[in-house]
Design a binder for this molecule. Structure first.
Ligand code: DGL
Length: 269
């Protein structure tokens, strides 16, 4: 069981930022990654739809004998984690709690900004978790829907991306936040641009990094850590294999040899 893979899923390619952190921090762990590339984006869809898709993905991952599941997608974590946890008895974690705990530890003035998809912002999950940790915290959220297509276009350091970031973050900065959570899978890829806009006095929190740390603790606590060996990663998508492979090769520290397209209809009830 310990050498079984970790299931990691996302609405598409963005969750590779989480897979990348797991590969860096837990190099012995194999990953089965599923990206729902046929049905992306989740960020503009309803809670019901995102929950239904996530449940289907859990059913798929269970067929791969995964020992734990990481919901890499912020929107799926925000909308669906409690529901989908009922689908399985193996450990399952999302990205919201690790990001929120790190933000709470980091802030000095108690004023935290969240940037995310429309769905994640609407769910208010980050704010609820943060207030659960410390009711004194003040949380300010902003949806930044254009960031996802900009990242997928590869415009990470482009002047257009800077301008859009500036427009989105202007109001947030007027609230005197000292900590900003990158609450969407894609945002760590433009963190340098975001940092330039908000300035060095604001600390950026990367939930992908925090989630890999949280995963390590879950594995250790459950006696599930893999032995020292060469990890093997497999990737599954619901749409074009070649488009996924190109993006994955651009950001992962490993080869992307095994990519398979899955028909998700067979996992609906
Ligand atoms: N993976 C999504 C998230 O982290 C972003 C892309 C989408 O909207 O599906 O919220």
């Amino acid at each position: 069981m310990n050498n079984s893979p970790i299931g990691v899923f996302d609405s598409g390619v963005g969750g590779l930022t989480v897979a990348r952190e797991i590969m860096r921090q837990l190099p012995n762990e194999s990953i089965v990654y599923f990206g729902d590339t046929a049905r992306v984006p989740y960020g503009s869809k309803s809670k019901e739809t995102v929950t239904k898709f996530s449940e289907q993905i859990i059913r798929f991952l269970k067929t791969k004998d995964v020992k734990a599941i990481v919901v890499a997608c912020n929107t799926a974590s925000a909308f669906a984690l409690p529901e989908i946890s009922k689908e399985t008895d193996i450990p399952i974690i999302g990205v919201v709690d690790p990001g929120a705990y790190a933000a709470n530890k980091t802030t000095v003035n108690g004023r935290i900004g969240i940037i995310a998809t429309e769905g994640t912002v609407m769910s208010d999950t980050y704010a609820k978790v943060l207030k659960g940790i410390n009711p004194e915290l003040q949380v300010f959220s902003k949806a930044c829907p254009l960031f996802v297509p900009l990242v997928e276009e590869g415009w990470l350091y482009d002047s257009v991306t800077y301008e859009i970031a500036d427009r989105y973050l202007h109001d947030l900065m007027s609230y005197d936040i000292d900590t900003l959570v990158l609450g969407c899978t894609h945002y760590p890829l433009i963190r340098r641009t975001i940092q330039k806009v908000v300035g060095d006095d604001v600390t950026l929190i990367n939930p992908a990094y925090e989630t890999a740390k949280a995963l390590e603790k879950v594995l250790v606590d459950n006696g599930l850590s893999a032995e020292n060996r060469k990890a093997e990663h497999k990737f599954y998508v619901s749409d074009s294999v070649s488009k996924f492979r190109t993006f994955a090769l651009g950001i992962l520290p490993c080869s992307v040899d095994y990519v398979e397209c899955v028909n998700m209809e067979q996992y609906s009830e």
